[in-house]
Write a protein that binds this ligand. Sequence first.
Ligand code: ADP
Ligand code: MG
Length: 224
Amino acid sequence: MIELQKINKSYQVGANSLHVLKGIDMIIEKGEMVSIMGSSGSGKSTLLNILGILDDYDNGKYLLDGKLIANMSEKKAALFRNRHLGFVFQSFNLISFKNALENVALPLYYQGIRRSKRNKIAYEYLDKMGLTEWAEHLPSELSGGQKQRVAIARALVTNPSVLLADEPTGALDTQTSYEMLDILQDINKSGITVIIVTHETDIAERTHRIIKLKDGIIENFSKN
Ligand code: ADP
Ligand code: MG
């Protein structure tokens, strides 16, 4: 379970402080599939990055499975992310000079798993995404949908309990976006908590619940 209590976050921009998150209270149960919506600049990525321990918050409390997530060293945060969290981004964030298999295997490298074993596991996840024939291909040789499936395989390869996706369909056409949602729904059905930032209503409507961010606070909780 994810629990945020009165989370505040400001950015220092020159001499000014920009108050982005103004006391966010939020609970996401284990196994939920939720979307976070809000206009551009409303703080969606900031919120997701805090959930993903990619960024710190100023005050409040973030509890992940009852554990207080605060003031972690970068090393500890990286370890925690690697063990518990998976990420998918709008721009895929694949390493351009590594092939699909190597991209998917990378998180296992950081776990110290030997090459033959990590390639075997990575290959299984590529297979789940229907990409075995593309294992040796570089990202530049893949379509947008294929790249995002590689990114999803990479996010899942460490068996995370939470998958965080920041505008995962933002760079994809409608048909491919819906296929991506099918995949994310299947992932959720396997028991993984899925949190999707999107500004597309039709995408958000395919999640269990929409959390709306406006002016730094959660505007309302709507059940689909
Ligand atoms: P969204 O994802 O909803 O578009 P963001 O969370 O990316 O919004 O950004 C929220 C606000 O914080 C925006 O005004 C943005 O310009 C600002 N912001 C985001 N990241 C930084 C940063 N690292 N430094 C300064 N300002 C930032
Ligand atoms: Mg954003």
